[in-house]
Design a binder for this molecule. Structure first.
Ligand SMILES: Nc1ncnc2c1ncn2[C@@H]1O[C@H](COP(=O)(O)OP(=O)(O)O)[C@@H](O)[C@H]1O
Ligand SMILES: [Mg+2]
Length: 282
């Protein structure tokens, strides 16, 4: 089912955070959105998830107009379109298993939810999700005691419990070290490949987008300035996205680059090589 944005715009006062974005995303794609800080990446994802209302434009999923949903259909949309955040958004004092079960809330009656009652099936499903992400041993620990990488894996398990059509991730690895960044990106890739779930993820480093995403969307000042494959993302496109000043390029390449020896499985290019390429030609 196609997912389409048309002239999607969000203004905050006189500031246009997202400016007439038109995109057509086929189901099952793994899409990376890159751009400088303030380019409008988070606002775009938040509009898709309806955490922020568009000022203008439309969001369509198949035949459904998402931008005007209210009530039960809007709750269904929140369920179908799971969101993962940079800061994980778990409930720290609740155990991991309960945090994952909270992903089921949109599937159940309010009465059962308020009582915190989950069925045996739901508990088994939650444990299976944790096993899939390799953190089942932490199931009974308070979520707040886990490392950042583990917490993000719990957040992905919680998202899976929603049985979503789409996973939206807003800089999911920005606060993780390289090893955990790789584990989390591998997990997103796996749910995309194995279940055909569309993944749209904002990424703060270019090399991660190149390594993991079949399609890269570059944003600058609220607009889409690049939309193509990693191969099509040449030096010129990088300049359009990040600006021509050296500072812009440098900022884009720093921090959590995934440069472990086996990170680029299926690819002959290493992250380090790509960083050299990007700075060398900019
Ligand atoms: N809730 C808000 N109120 C006012 N301005 C906002 C709000 N959210 C985002 N903005 C502004 O919108 C622009 C885009 O921000 P954002 O979507 O967070 O960009 P990015 O995620 O690419 O860093 C920025 O100028 C930011 O200051
Ligand atoms: Mg952001």
């Amino acid at each position: 089912m196609h997912f389409q944005l048309e002239n999607l715009t969000r203004k905050f006062g006189t500031n246009t955070a997202v400016d007439r974005v038109t995109l057509d995303i086929p189901s099952g794609q793994m899409v990376g959105i890159i751009g400088r800080s303030g380019a409008g990446k988070s606002t775009l994802l938040r509009m898709i998830n309806r955490l922020v209302d568009p000022s203008e434009g439309s969001i369509r999923f198949g035949e459904m107009e998402v931008s005007t949903l209210t009530g039960a259909p809007l709750r269904r949309w929140h369920r179908d379109c799971a969101m993962i955040f940079q800061q994980f958004n778990l409930v720290p004092r609740l155990d991991v298993l309960t945090n994952v079960l909270l992903g089921r809330l949109n599937h159940r009656s309010t009465a059962l939810s308020v009582l915190g009652l989950f069925t045996r099936e739901e508990r088994l499903m939650a444990i299976a999700a944790l096993e899939r992400l390799g953190i089942e041993q932490a199931a009974l620990q308070p979520a707040g005691t886990l490392s950042g990488g583990q917490q993000q894996r719990v957040a992905i398990a919680r998202a899976l419990m929603q049985a979503p059509n789409m996973v939206l991730a807003d800089e999911p690895i920005a606060s993780l070290d390289p090893l955990n960044a790789k584990i989390v990106m591998d997990a997103l890739r796996e749910i995309n490949e194995r279940e055909g779930i569309t993944v749209i993820t904002n990424l703060h480093t270019l090399d991660t987008a190149r390594n993991y995403c079949e399609r890269i969307i570059g944003m600058a000042k609220g607009q889409v300035v690049f939309d193509g494959t990693p191969n099509e993302l040449d030096a010129d496109a990088v300049r359009r996205i990040y600006g021509s000043e050296h500072g812009g390029i440098d900022e884009a390449m720093t921090s959590t680059s995934i440069s472990l020896p086996d990170a680029a499985s299926g690819s002959t290019k290493t992250s380090a090589g790509q960083i050299r390429w990007a700075t060398g030609t900019a």
